[in-house]
Design a protein around this ligand. Structure first.
Ligand code: SF4
Ligand code: SF4
Ligand code: SF4
Ligand code: FES
Length: 457
């Protein structure tokens, strides 16, 4: 039986085992994109490259047999640099937005397309939770925010931007109790000094994480600089503070810090005349505090963000197939939300291209393409959507469809750079994936194949 070393650790494997299988025995992760357990290696992506220090060769771990005396390095600088280069090449022809342009622009990073989809579906509770979770004071912001998100909304290039600010202002009252962890469940008592937008957002973010939170403000009225904004009715501000109070945050107006706390956050220092920026500052202060105590953030900040940039008119029309056409059961807010093009990716959390791009610091601009590939959405009427611009041509979907015995299945057509996945005889996507759809979507390493109504977060 061959005996080799991986990252200095000895391992013995069955004759014929691959380097990837040997690494799995040691629970060492090697990234893969085109590998499918039990199938012949595709060896098309090369992201699994490792170095054999004994021979000085770089090898694809998924297809290279483990042999006696190998000294495999899975994460040395040379390997990391090769993987970065591979990812840069893959990304140079990638057409996809991990995050929607509107969410990127929002300083508080409201998950706008998800919010809009929930409004469109009539899921009032869920929409209200997203607005509250991300904005802390969504109703206040609906009165005072200049809505930079709307200026970046792609729908504005077709007719008019989504009225995002109005929609999140209306989606503010949720039954928070069932969404929040028990007060103090994290075991931290935190004091926040200042009750302006930054202080409120910081307190809210800490409460969502399970801290027990007390807000102190020396002024007799809570709200800090928010009280001075003429366009903000005081009853709206009071109602928002009441929501946070009902969520378990304790407020002490006209009071200096008293009592003993595990941590004190002086968020008044973080106020900003742009209220949504103050909210973002407050959330960042809370995340920084939680990080010091090794608590994961409420919402992971985007790791890598593929960006298409400006879309052509015909591409906007492609995206418009995401808009719901049957609005008969929609409320007014639902009708408005249904205009959203859903610019964000359907698989932002499970996409391995994104995960590895973040891990290895990939940069799509490293190999700029002469002309960007056209954005396309196929499978408009079925349950599965195929976006050729996100396909890395790994061939897994073709192999899976073949293995499960799809009568039509999928196939590659074209040559070289122009190779693409298609359904034979020009049939619709659902006809090619009658039984293999779930397997294909789950194993597709990117957002190229996804279920239309996937809500992955
Ligand atoms: S169309 Fe929807 S997802 Fe796209 S930018 Fe506008 S609000 Fe955001
Ligand atoms: S669509 Fe098929 S070939 Fe393209 S990335 Fe997904 S699994 Fe691979
Ligand atoms: S397929 Fe992956 S990298 Fe591409 S837009 Fe979607 S999440 Fe981002
Ligand atoms: S070449 Fe090994 S996973 Fe793609």
């Amino acid at each position: 039986m061959p005996e080799l070393k991986i990252n200095g650790v000895a391992v013995e494997v069955e004759e014929g085992a691959t380097v990837l299988e040997a690494a799995e025995l040691l629970q060492i992760e090697i990234p893969t994109l085109c590998h499918l357990k039990g199938a012949a290696p595709q060896t098309s992506c090369m992201i699994c490259v490792v170095k054999d220090a004994a021979s000085g060769r770089m090898l694809p771990a998924c297809s290279s047999k483990a042999t006696d005396g190998m000294q495999i390095e899975t994460e040395c600088a040379e390997v990391q640099s090769a993987r970065r280069d591979i990812l840069n090449l893959l990304l140079s022809e990638h057409v996809g937005d991990c995050e929607a342009p509107c969410s990127r622009i929002c300083p508080a990073h409201l998950d706008i397309p998800h919010l809009l989809r929930e409004i469109e579906r009539g899921n009032v509770e869920s929409a209200a939770w997203i607005a509250r979770r991300d904005l802390a004071i969504p109703r206040v912001l609906s009165h005072v925010c200049p809505a930079p998100c709307e200026k970046g909304c792609r729908r504005g290039e077709m007719d008019s931007a989504l009225t995002i600010r109005t929609l999140h202002g209306a989606a503010h009252s949720a039954d928070l109790a069932k969404r929040l962890p028990p007060d103090g469940s994290l075991g931290f008592k935190v004091a926040v000094i200042g009750s302006g937008a930054a202080g409120l957002a910081c307190a809210w973010q800490l409460r969502v994480s399970g801290c027990s939170v007390s807000v102190f403000d020396e002024a007799p009225l809570l709200g800090g600089p928010l009280r001075e904004i003429a366009s903000l009715p005081s009853e709206v501000l009071d109602a928002e503070i009441d929501v946070l109070r009902a969520a378990g945050i304790s407020f002490k107006a006209g009071a200096s810090l008293v009592g003993s706390f595990d941590c004190v956050v002086d968020s008044a220092a973080e106020e900003h005349k742009l209220v949504v920026k103050a909210v973002a500052n407050g959330k960042a202060a809370a995340d920084a505090m939680l990080q010091r105590f090794a608590v994961p953030p409420v919402v992971e900040s985007p790791s890598f963000d593929s960006r298409i940039g400006k879309l052509r008119e015909s591409e906007l029309e492609q995206l418009a197939v995401n808009c719901t056409s049957d609005l008969s059961n929609c409320s007014d807010a639902g009708r408005e939300a249904a205009r959203c093009l859903h610019c964000d990716c359907r698989k932002p959390a499970s996409c391995r291209l994104r995960k590895y791009a973040a891990r290895y610091g990939a940069d799509a601009a490293e190999y700029p393409a002469d002309e960007r590939v056209h954005l396309q959405l196929l499978g408009k009427d079925g349950s599965v959507v195929f976006e050729p611009g996100k396909c890395i041509k790994c061939g897994l979907c073709i192999e899976i469809a073949r293995r499960v015995g799809e009568s039509l299945g999928l196939a590659f057509v074209g040559r070289g750079y122009n190779t693409r996945v298609t359904v034979p005889f020009g049939e619709e996507l659902d006809a090619g994936l009658r039984v293999a759809a779930k397997d294909c979507v789950e194993n597709c390493p990117t957002g190229a194949l996804a279920f239309r109504n996937a809500e992955e977060r």
